[in-house]
Design a protein around this ligand. Structure first.
Ligand SMILES: Cc1cc2nc3c(=O)[nH]c(=O)nc-3n(C[C@H](O)[C@H](O)[C@H](O)COP(=O)(O)O)c2cc1C
Length: 347
Protein backbone atom coordinates (compact mmCIF):
# COMPACT_ATOMS: atom_id res chain seq x y z
CA UNK A 1 0.00 0.00 0.00
CA UNK A 2 2.80 2.38 1.00
CA UNK A 3 4.21 3.47 -2.35
CA UNK A 4 0.80 3.77 -3.98
CA UNK A 5 -0.39 6.30 -1.39
CA UNK A 6 2.89 8.18 -0.86
CA UNK A 7 3.17 11.89 -1.55
CA UNK A 8 5.60 14.71 -0.83
CA UNK A 9 5.14 18.22 0.49
CA UNK A 10 8.09 20.53 0.16
CA UNK A 11 10.63 17.71 0.24
CA UNK A 12 8.88 15.94 3.11
CA UNK A 13 7.69 12.44 2.25
CA UNK A 14 4.26 11.49 3.59
CA UNK A 15 3.08 7.86 3.78
CA UNK A 16 -0.33 8.95 2.48
CA UNK A 17 -2.14 12.23 1.69
CA UNK A 18 -4.51 12.15 4.72
CA UNK A 19 -3.51 14.58 7.48
CA UNK A 20 -5.60 15.09 10.62
CA UNK A 21 -6.38 18.83 10.54
CA UNK A 22 -6.10 21.23 13.44
CA UNK A 23 -9.22 21.19 15.60
CA UNK A 24 -10.65 20.05 18.90
CA UNK A 25 -10.02 16.30 18.30
CA UNK A 26 -6.26 17.00 18.41
CA UNK A 27 -6.30 19.45 21.32
CA UNK A 28 -4.84 16.78 23.63
CA UNK A 29 -1.83 14.47 23.43
CA UNK A 30 -4.24 11.52 23.54
CA UNK A 31 -6.13 12.83 20.52
CA UNK A 32 -2.92 13.37 18.55
CA UNK A 33 -1.76 9.84 19.33
CA UNK A 34 -5.15 8.44 18.31
CA UNK A 35 -4.96 10.24 14.94
CA UNK A 36 -1.49 8.80 14.35
CA UNK A 37 -2.68 5.32 15.34
CA UNK A 38 -5.55 5.69 12.87
CA UNK A 39 -2.92 5.91 10.14
CA UNK A 40 -2.92 9.63 9.31
CA UNK A 41 0.26 10.78 7.58
CA UNK A 42 0.52 13.44 10.25
CA UNK A 43 -1.39 15.71 12.59
CA UNK A 44 -1.70 19.49 12.67
CA UNK A 45 -2.08 20.04 16.41
CA UNK A 46 -4.83 22.34 17.66
CA UNK A 47 -3.83 25.98 17.13
CA UNK A 48 -2.71 28.46 19.72
CA UNK A 49 -1.75 32.12 19.51
CA UNK A 50 -0.41 34.86 21.76
CA UNK A 51 -3.81 36.34 22.65
CA UNK A 52 -5.55 35.03 25.79
CA UNK A 53 -8.90 36.24 24.37
CA UNK A 54 -8.59 33.73 21.50
CA UNK A 55 -8.13 30.88 23.98
CA UNK A 56 -10.88 32.22 26.26
CA UNK A 57 -13.22 32.07 23.27
CA UNK A 58 -13.08 28.26 23.55
CA UNK A 59 -15.29 28.53 26.65
CA UNK A 60 -18.04 29.99 24.44
CA UNK A 61 -17.61 27.43 21.66
CA UNK A 62 -20.63 25.44 20.50
CA UNK A 63 -21.25 22.91 17.76
CA UNK A 64 -24.17 21.44 15.85
CA UNK A 65 -24.50 19.06 12.94
CA UNK A 66 -26.86 20.08 10.11
CA UNK A 67 -28.56 17.81 7.59
CA UNK A 68 -28.43 18.34 3.82
CA UNK A 69 -31.25 20.90 4.08
CA UNK A 70 -29.28 22.85 6.70
CA UNK A 71 -31.50 21.76 9.61
CA UNK A 72 -29.95 20.66 12.95
CA UNK A 73 -29.83 16.85 13.03
CA UNK A 74 -28.27 14.15 15.21
CA UNK A 75 -26.16 12.79 12.35
CA UNK A 76 -25.86 15.61 9.86
CA UNK A 77 -23.59 16.10 6.88
CA UNK A 78 -22.36 19.60 7.74
CA UNK A 79 -20.76 21.03 10.84
CA UNK A 80 -21.72 24.50 12.06
CA UNK A 81 -19.74 25.83 15.01
CA UNK A 82 -17.97 28.64 16.76
CA UNK A 83 -14.65 27.69 18.26
CA UNK A 84 -11.67 29.04 20.16
CA UNK A 85 -8.01 28.19 20.49
CA UNK A 86 -6.24 25.70 22.76
CA UNK A 87 -5.92 26.91 26.34
CA UNK A 88 -2.47 25.39 26.87
CA UNK A 89 0.56 27.62 27.37
CA UNK A 90 2.19 27.72 23.92
CA UNK A 91 5.71 26.74 25.02
CA UNK A 92 4.42 23.83 27.10
CA UNK A 93 2.04 22.72 24.27
CA UNK A 94 4.78 22.88 21.63
CA UNK A 95 7.17 20.91 23.85
CA UNK A 96 4.49 18.26 24.40
CA UNK A 97 3.71 17.88 20.69
CA UNK A 98 7.41 17.95 19.78
CA UNK A 99 7.91 14.86 21.96
CA UNK A 100 5.14 13.07 20.04
CA UNK A 101 6.57 14.32 16.74
CA UNK A 102 9.91 12.71 17.55
CA UNK A 103 8.23 9.34 18.14
CA UNK A 104 6.04 9.82 15.05
CA UNK A 105 9.12 10.42 12.89
CA UNK A 106 10.23 6.85 13.58
CA UNK A 107 7.06 5.68 11.80
CA UNK A 108 7.35 8.22 8.98
CA UNK A 109 4.61 10.42 10.48
CA UNK A 110 4.68 13.97 11.87
CA UNK A 111 3.00 16.33 14.30
CA UNK A 112 2.93 20.00 13.32
CA UNK A 113 2.55 23.13 15.41
CA UNK A 114 -0.22 25.44 14.27
CA UNK A 115 -1.06 29.01 15.07
CA UNK A 116 -4.01 31.14 14.13
CA UNK A 117 -2.67 34.57 13.30
CA UNK A 118 -3.25 37.44 15.72
CA UNK A 119 -0.26 39.69 14.95
CA UNK A 120 3.09 39.40 13.14
CA UNK A 121 5.18 39.83 16.30
CA UNK A 122 3.34 37.03 18.08
CA UNK A 123 3.59 34.80 15.01
CA UNK A 124 7.36 35.23 14.89
CA UNK A 125 7.76 34.51 18.61
CA UNK A 126 5.62 31.37 18.37
CA UNK A 127 7.39 30.20 15.21
CA UNK A 128 10.77 30.55 16.90
CA UNK A 129 9.41 28.65 19.91
CA UNK A 130 8.27 25.78 17.66
CA UNK A 131 11.70 25.62 16.06
CA UNK A 132 13.51 25.66 19.42
CA UNK A 133 11.66 22.58 20.64
CA UNK A 134 12.57 20.72 17.44
CA UNK A 135 9.22 20.60 15.63
CA UNK A 136 9.58 19.93 11.91
CA UNK A 137 6.40 21.52 10.53
CA UNK A 138 4.79 24.88 11.33
CA UNK A 139 1.37 25.77 9.95
CA UNK A 140 0.45 29.45 9.95
CA UNK A 141 -3.31 29.95 9.59
CA UNK A 142 -3.91 33.48 8.31
CA UNK A 143 -7.62 33.07 7.69
CA UNK A 144 -9.53 31.50 10.57
CA UNK A 145 -13.23 32.14 9.83
CA UNK A 146 -13.95 33.39 13.35
CA UNK A 147 -11.90 36.60 12.93
CA UNK A 148 -14.95 38.83 12.47
CA UNK A 149 -16.68 37.51 15.61
CA UNK A 150 -13.72 37.26 18.00
CA UNK A 151 -12.43 40.02 20.29
CA UNK A 152 -10.82 42.57 17.91
CA UNK A 153 -7.16 41.65 17.29
CA UNK A 154 -7.40 38.16 18.79
CA UNK A 155 -7.77 36.48 15.39
CA UNK A 156 -6.60 38.21 12.21
CA UNK A 157 -7.57 37.35 8.69
CA UNK A 158 -4.90 38.39 6.16
CA UNK A 159 -6.28 38.88 2.65
CA UNK A 160 -3.82 41.46 1.33
CA UNK A 161 -1.15 39.78 -0.83
CA UNK A 162 1.62 42.32 -0.13
CA UNK A 163 1.10 42.17 3.63
CA UNK A 164 0.93 38.36 3.46
CA UNK A 165 4.29 38.14 1.68
CA UNK A 166 5.82 40.37 4.36
CA UNK A 167 4.32 38.29 7.18
CA UNK A 168 5.37 34.96 5.67
CA UNK A 169 8.91 36.27 5.13
CA UNK A 170 9.14 37.20 8.82
CA UNK A 171 7.85 33.79 9.93
CA UNK A 172 10.08 32.09 7.36
CA UNK A 173 13.14 33.71 8.94
CA UNK A 174 12.09 32.30 12.32
CA UNK A 175 11.43 28.77 10.98
CA UNK A 176 14.70 28.12 9.18
CA UNK A 177 15.05 24.40 8.50
CA UNK A 178 11.36 23.69 9.20
CA UNK A 179 8.50 23.11 6.81
CA UNK A 180 6.39 26.27 6.72
CA UNK A 181 2.82 25.74 5.53
CA UNK A 182 0.43 28.69 5.19
CA UNK A 183 -3.32 28.07 5.53
CA UNK A 184 -5.53 30.55 3.68
CA UNK A 185 -9.04 31.79 4.38
CA UNK A 186 -12.19 30.59 2.64
CA UNK A 187 -13.67 34.06 2.93
CA UNK A 188 -11.73 35.78 0.14
CA UNK A 189 -11.88 35.42 -3.62
CA UNK A 190 -8.22 36.22 -4.31
CA UNK A 191 -6.89 32.83 -3.21
CA UNK A 192 -4.53 32.41 -6.21
CA UNK A 193 -2.93 35.80 -5.46
CA UNK A 194 -2.66 34.91 -1.77
CA UNK A 195 -1.10 31.53 -2.60
CA UNK A 196 1.47 33.28 -4.79
CA UNK A 197 2.09 35.83 -2.03
CA UNK A 198 2.78 33.07 0.50
CA UNK A 199 5.07 31.34 -1.99
CA UNK A 200 6.94 34.60 -2.54
CA UNK A 201 7.35 35.03 1.22
CA UNK A 202 9.08 31.66 1.39
CA UNK A 203 6.31 29.20 2.35
CA UNK A 204 6.99 25.54 1.50
CA UNK A 205 3.31 24.87 0.84
CA UNK A 206 -0.10 26.50 0.97
CA UNK A 207 -3.26 24.92 2.40
CA UNK A 208 -6.69 26.06 1.21
CA UNK A 209 -9.30 26.92 2.04
CA UNK A 210 -10.76 27.68 5.45
CA UNK A 211 -14.46 27.17 6.13
CA UNK A 212 -17.12 29.77 5.40
CA UNK A 213 -19.09 31.91 7.86
CA UNK A 214 -22.83 31.40 7.93
CA UNK A 215 -26.00 32.25 9.84
CA UNK A 216 -28.67 29.54 10.10
CA UNK A 217 -32.23 30.65 10.94
CA UNK A 218 -34.14 27.96 12.87
CA UNK A 219 -37.72 27.27 11.69
CA UNK A 220 -38.75 25.94 15.15
CA UNK A 221 -37.54 28.85 17.26
CA UNK A 222 -37.26 31.57 14.57
CA UNK A 223 -33.87 32.36 16.15
CA UNK A 224 -30.36 31.87 14.77
CA UNK A 225 -29.03 28.34 15.40
CA UNK A 226 -26.34 28.62 18.16
CA UNK A 227 -27.36 32.28 18.55
CA UNK A 228 -24.52 33.61 16.42
CA UNK A 229 -22.92 33.46 13.03
CA UNK A 230 -20.44 30.57 12.95
CA UNK A 231 -18.12 28.59 10.71
CA UNK A 232 -19.85 26.22 8.29
CA UNK A 233 -18.39 23.29 6.38
CA UNK A 234 -19.60 20.19 4.61
CA UNK A 235 -18.92 17.93 1.67
CA UNK A 236 -20.68 20.52 -0.49
CA UNK A 237 -17.64 22.82 -0.05
CA UNK A 238 -15.23 20.50 -1.87
CA UNK A 239 -15.93 21.64 -5.47
CA UNK A 240 -15.46 25.25 -4.41
CA UNK A 241 -12.09 24.40 -2.86
CA UNK A 242 -11.15 22.38 -5.97
CA UNK A 243 -11.69 25.41 -8.21
CA UNK A 244 -9.41 27.54 -6.05
CA UNK A 245 -6.79 24.78 -5.96
CA UNK A 246 -6.84 24.56 -9.76
CA UNK A 247 -6.66 28.32 -10.25
CA UNK A 248 -3.88 28.62 -7.66
CA UNK A 249 -1.86 25.84 -9.31
CA UNK A 250 -1.72 27.96 -12.47
CA UNK A 251 -0.20 30.82 -10.53
CA UNK A 252 2.24 29.01 -8.22
CA UNK A 253 3.22 26.34 -10.75
CA UNK A 254 2.96 22.56 -10.54
CA UNK A 255 6.16 22.21 -8.53
CA UNK A 256 4.80 24.14 -5.55
CA UNK A 257 2.77 21.94 -3.17
CA UNK A 258 -0.84 22.76 -2.34
CA UNK A 259 -2.86 21.11 0.41
CA UNK A 260 -6.66 20.85 0.28
CA UNK A 261 -8.96 21.26 3.27
CA UNK A 262 -12.70 21.81 3.68
CA UNK A 263 -15.10 19.12 2.53
CA UNK A 264 -13.15 15.85 2.36
CA UNK A 265 -15.42 13.06 3.60
CA UNK A 266 -14.23 10.00 1.63
CA UNK A 267 -11.30 8.49 -0.23
CA UNK A 268 -12.88 9.69 -3.46
CA UNK A 269 -12.86 13.22 -2.06
CA UNK A 270 -9.11 12.99 -1.37
CA UNK A 271 -8.64 11.90 -5.00
CA UNK A 272 -10.79 14.79 -6.23
CA UNK A 273 -8.73 17.28 -4.21
CA UNK A 274 -5.60 15.72 -5.74
CA UNK A 275 -6.98 15.97 -9.28
CA UNK A 276 -7.59 19.66 -8.55
CA UNK A 277 -3.95 20.09 -7.50
CA UNK A 278 -3.62 19.09 -3.84
CA UNK A 279 -0.64 16.95 -2.89
CA UNK A 280 -2.29 16.15 0.45
CA UNK A 281 -5.46 16.93 2.39
CA UNK A 282 -6.34 18.05 5.92
CA UNK A 283 -9.48 16.52 7.49
CA UNK A 284 -11.28 17.57 10.66
CA UNK A 285 -15.07 17.12 10.33
CA UNK A 286 -14.78 13.41 9.50
CA UNK A 287 -13.16 12.93 12.91
CA UNK A 288 -15.78 15.08 14.65
CA UNK A 289 -18.59 13.10 12.95
CA UNK A 290 -17.29 9.53 13.31
CA UNK A 291 -14.12 9.49 15.40
CA UNK A 292 -10.50 8.84 14.40
CA UNK A 293 -11.59 5.66 12.60
CA UNK A 294 -12.90 8.03 9.92
CA UNK A 295 -9.29 8.70 8.91
CA UNK A 296 -8.61 4.95 8.59
CA UNK A 297 -11.76 4.60 6.47
CA UNK A 298 -10.80 7.46 4.14
CA UNK A 299 -7.28 6.07 3.63
CA UNK A 300 -8.63 2.57 2.87
CA UNK A 301 -11.18 3.99 0.43
CA UNK A 302 -8.48 5.98 -1.33
CA UNK A 303 -6.26 2.93 -1.58
CA UNK A 304 -9.10 0.85 -3.06
CA UNK A 305 -9.81 3.59 -5.59
CA UNK A 306 -6.15 3.75 -6.63
CA UNK A 307 -6.03 -0.04 -7.02
CA UNK A 308 -9.23 -0.01 -9.11
CA UNK A 309 -7.90 2.78 -11.34
CA UNK A 310 -4.38 1.26 -11.47
CA UNK A 311 -2.77 4.55 -10.54
CA UNK A 312 -0.50 5.89 -7.82
CA UNK A 313 -1.73 8.84 -5.77
CA UNK A 314 1.10 11.05 -7.00
CA UNK A 315 -0.06 10.52 -10.57
CA UNK A 316 -3.43 12.14 -9.79
CA UNK A 317 -2.08 15.48 -8.62
CA UNK A 318 -3.23 18.31 -10.88
CA UNK A 319 -4.66 16.10 -13.67
CA UNK A 320 -8.12 17.76 -13.71
CA UNK A 321 -6.66 21.17 -12.95
CA UNK A 322 -4.45 21.00 -16.02
CA UNK A 323 -7.44 20.07 -18.19
CA UNK A 324 -9.60 22.95 -16.90
CA UNK A 325 -10.88 24.97 -19.86
CA UNK A 326 -12.40 28.40 -20.22
CA UNK A 327 -15.97 29.10 -21.36
CA UNK A 328 -14.77 30.53 -24.69
CA UNK A 329 -12.92 27.31 -25.57
CA UNK A 330 -16.02 25.11 -25.39
CA UNK A 331 -17.83 23.81 -28.49
CA UNK A 332 -20.98 25.77 -29.32
CA UNK A 333 -24.26 24.00 -28.47
CA UNK A 334 -26.99 26.44 -29.49
CA UNK A 335 -30.37 25.76 -27.83
CA UNK A 336 -28.86 23.54 -25.14
CA UNK A 337 -30.61 25.68 -22.52
CA UNK A 338 -33.97 24.35 -23.75
CA UNK A 339 -33.22 20.98 -22.13
CA UNK A 340 -33.12 22.62 -18.70
CA UNK A 341 -36.32 24.67 -18.52
CA UNK A 342 -39.96 23.65 -17.99
CA UNK A 343 -41.84 22.82 -21.21
CA UNK A 344 -44.03 25.92 -20.79
CA UNK A 345 -40.98 28.14 -21.37
CA UNK A 346 -40.65 27.00 -24.98
CA UNK A 347 -44.31 26.20 -25.76
C1 LIG B 1 -14.37 22.46 15.59
C2 LIG B 1 -13.28 22.92 14.65
C3 LIG B 1 -12.15 23.54 15.17
C4 LIG B 1 -11.14 23.97 14.31
N1 LIG B 1 -10.03 24.58 14.83
C5 LIG B 1 -9.04 24.96 14.01
C6 LIG B 1 -7.85 25.53 14.53
O1 LIG B 1 -7.68 25.71 15.73
N2 LIG B 1 -6.87 25.89 13.66
C7 LIG B 1 -7.01 25.71 12.30
O2 LIG B 1 -6.08 26.04 11.55
N3 LIG B 1 -8.12 25.16 11.78
C8 LIG B 1 -9.12 24.77 12.59
N4 LIG B 1 -10.25 24.19 12.07
C9 LIG B 1 -10.36 23.99 10.62
C10 LIG B 1 -9.96 22.56 10.25
O3 LIG B 1 -8.58 22.38 10.49
C11 LIG B 1 -10.25 22.26 8.75
O4 LIG B 1 -9.42 23.04 7.93
C12 LIG B 1 -11.70 22.54 8.40
O5 LIG B 1 -12.56 22.01 9.37
C13 LIG B 1 -12.07 22.01 7.02
O6 LIG B 1 -11.89 20.63 6.90
P1 LIG B 1 -13.07 19.56 7.10
O7 LIG B 1 -14.11 19.79 6.06
O8 LIG B 1 -12.38 18.25 7.01
O9 LIG B 1 -13.63 19.79 8.48
C14 LIG B 1 -11.27 23.76 12.91
C15 LIG B 1 -12.41 23.12 12.40
C16 LIG B 1 -13.40 22.69 13.26
C17 LIG B 1 -14.60 22.00 12.68
Amino acid sequence: MSDRLATTIGGMRLRNPVICASGEPVMTEAGIRAALRAGAAGVIAKSVNERPEAAAQLDRADYVELDAAGVPAAHGVSLFNRSGLAQRDASEWFAAIAAIDQEAALDGQFVAASIVLAGADGAVVLAAMARRVGLRVFELNVGAPHASEATPGAITQETDPARLTELVALVRAATDGMQLWVKLTGLASNLPALAAAAQQGGADAVCMMGRFMAMVPDLETFAPVLGTSAAYGGGWALPIVCRFLALSRRVVGEGFPLLGTNGVRSGGDVARMALAGASATELCSVVMHEGFGGLTRVIAELDALLVARRVRFAELVGRAADALGGYGEQAETPGRWRDFVPPETIA
